[in-house]
Design a protein around this ligand. Structure first.
Ligand SMILES: [Zn+2]
Length: 126
């Protein structure tokens, strides 16, 4: 147990959160800091590719999201952290959301790979 480490981590998380909230406020994406729920991750408007203007088509924060897998119907959770990675690191468009559970996502990836291979493409080719 590293109590000191977790304290420093909490401070870093606070700073991360408050600087993002300040940015959202200055961009007019939110009017009050209280619009961001305590269990949500505020969006960094500079990192997402939602466009510069806040609209109802995209959120000002990421929050754990429960969905039913489109393939097997099993409920899955798309975590706020995974969404942050998806939208801020891969620059996905805001209408792209998780529809498959992890297991079906891997199966789907394998199915596409296999289809490409059968079509005569090198699956690892770029
Ligand atoms: Zn599934």
């Amino acid at each position: 147990m590293t109590r000191r480490g977790s304290k420093a981590e909490a401070r870093r998380a606070d700073l991360f959160r408050s600087s993002r909230i300040a940015k959202l406020l200055s961009r007019g994406w939110i009017k009050e800091a209280s619009e961001i729920p305590a269990d949500a991750i505020p969006v960094d408007p500079d990192l997402v590719s939602f466009g510069s203007e806040r609209s109802y088509s995209h959120p000002a924060y990421f929050r754990d999201y429960t969905f039913l897998c489109s393939d097997c119907g099993v409920p899955g959770v798309w975590t706020a952290e995974d969404q942050r990675w998806y939208y801020e690191t891969t620059k996905a468009a805001s209408y792209q959301v998780a529809v498959r559970c992890r297991e079906c996502r891997l199966k789907e990836r394998e199915r596409i790979r296999e289809a490409r291979r059968r079509a005569g493409h090198d699956p690892d080719g770029k």
